[in-house]
Design a protein around this ligand. Sequence first.
Ligand code: ZN
Length: 109
Amino acid sequence: MLTLECPCCGIIADETELHAGGEAHLKRETVGSSDDDFEDYLFMRENPKGVHFERWRHVAGCGKWFHAARCTTTLEVFGTYPAQTLAPPKNITDKISAKRPGWTWRAFS
Ligand SMILES: [Zn+2]
């Protein structure tokens, strides 16, 4: 079972206490965006076999959204951080790079 530490309240919660919110760090498109960019924003999501950055909500706890970096194949969690963070924190990307040599963020974009 997947367990994540909520960075907002510090509780270590299993997935039954959380709600998945999809991919983290999406670039929001708005008025003035091209049709292709807006279509990508609405429909195109990364679905990697490996490291992924996701949004989660602590529904059975504090109710706040946060981000998690984890491996989709092993469920290894590299870290969680507040949802207001625009990019993965360096300590988390360093931890991933140490365990997965050659890995880079946005390798799928
Ligand atoms: Zn919480």
